[in-house]
Design a protein around this ligand. Sequence first.
Ligand code: HEC
Length: 95
Amino acid sequence: MFKSFAIFPIIATLSIPINALALPGSAAEGKKLHDANCVSCHNDSVYKRRDRAVKNLEGLTQQINACGHAGNATIGEPQANDLVKYLNETYYKFK
Ligand code: HEC
């Protein structure tokens, strides 16, 4: 019984939604990373199309990691944060 109570605060902390206003990272660094690693497969039209696949910040993070993997780019957490911040501020504007 005590074990399950001990786990609860951890789950509660993990499920706090990411707040776009307080996104970590640097959009300027994100732009540099983007221009260097991302435009070999697609330009920014995929972020602007009407039926774009990414619907929220979590989806954006997942897509960036999947794309980085596909492109053999090393995307650690700081790089992913920069890219999410850049793409969100410039194109997606999720709250
Ligand atoms: C190896 C090729 C490749 C590379 C490199 C690549 N992508 Fe992608 N990316 C894709 C493909 C394929 C799609 C899906 C396009 C489609 O559905 O028409 C995609 C889609 C996306 C989407 C979703 C667009 C939407 O519909 O909302 C995002 C965001 C994205 N890429 C970000 C990035 C970022 C950031 C990088 C650099 C770290 C990157 N991609 C590098 C292949 C790549």
